[in-house]
Design a binder for this molecule. Structure first.
Ligand SMILES: N[C@@H](CCC(=O)N[C@@H](CS)C(=O)NCC(=O)O)C(=O)O
Length: 236
């Protein structure tokens, strides 16, 4: 069973949830991160040295970085969500790379401070907001007249962008209307998998998470040579 370690409120976890739900893979999500206080432990750091979420555990394979997780899942289970040729794949992956390289910094800055009183915001809040609006403008321009970001169908690009763009469009910051981007976001909002990923609907595919500490111990046992030996014996 695929295990996704990460709190449901994280945008980067939601990206992976959206994909898992679109593909229809069985999985279990377990609460890790911020309020759970369980990502700075040595045990977790053995799985993910950055102490961030998400982390995906698939048998002996452990992956961190949400986009890497998405590429892995699509390569194994849904190649149609990438691209048929190397050139097509660049159309998909550029949006994922750009999301992390260009959008993430202003997104995180605005996410942290948008709801605070102006006097409590970081000194560069106005600059970060302006940067975020500039990135949203790029998205709005690109999606005009199209249904999807990269190809003529839903791809990893849409799955990666939607949970983050939804938050950006909801931030209480001064910005122009972005009608094309809003239209695309509404179409993503209407997808069953997105409703599940953003906690608006229960999953039909996810199993209930089991106790966090027990599951982490289980993951480490699974990955260790001792654990592998035990499993091999059991299997034999
Ligand atoms: N580039 C990383 C970023 C991971 C990241 O910053 N995750 C945030 C949540 S969105 C996190 O772990 N925050 C601290 C926490 O929840 O403990 C990715 O895409 O996976």
């Amino acid at each position: 069973m695929i295990r996704l370690l990460g709190r449901a409120t994280s945008g980067n976890v939601q990206k992976v949830l959206f994909l898992l739900e679109e593909i229809g893979l069985p999985y279990v999500r377990e609460d890790y991160g911020r309020q759970f206080g369980n990502t700075a432990t040595d045990e977790y750091k053995k799985l993910n040295p950055t102490s961030k979420v998400p982390t995906l555990v698939d048998g002996d394979t452990v992956i961190w970085e949400s986009n890497s997780i998405m590429r892995y899942l699509a390569a194994l289970h849904a190649p149609q969500l990438t691209g048929a040729t190397p050139a097509e794949r660049t159309y998909v992956e550029r949006w994922m790379d750009w999301l992390l390289g260009a959008v993430n910094t202003p997104y995180v800055a605005v996410f942290k401070d948008a709801k605070k009183e102006p006097a409590e915001r970081a000194a560069d809040f106005a600059a970060q907001s302006a940067d975020l609006v500039a990135q949203l403008k790029i998205l709005n321009g690109h999606i005009a007249g199209k249904s999807f970001f990269a190809l003529d169908r839903f791809t990893l690009a849409d799955a990666a962008l939607a949970p983050i763009v939804k938050r950006c469009l909801d931030f209480p910051i001064e910005r122009p209307e972005f009608p094309e981007l809003t239209k695309w976001q509404k179409s993503m909002d209407g997808r069953e998998a997105f409703l599940v990923a953003t906690g608006q609907k229960p999953s039909a595919k996810a199993s209930a998470a089991y106790a966090t500490r027990a599951s982490l111990a289980n993951a480490l046992l699974h990955l260790s040579p001792v654990g592998r030996g035990r499993r091999a014996k059991r299997a034999g």
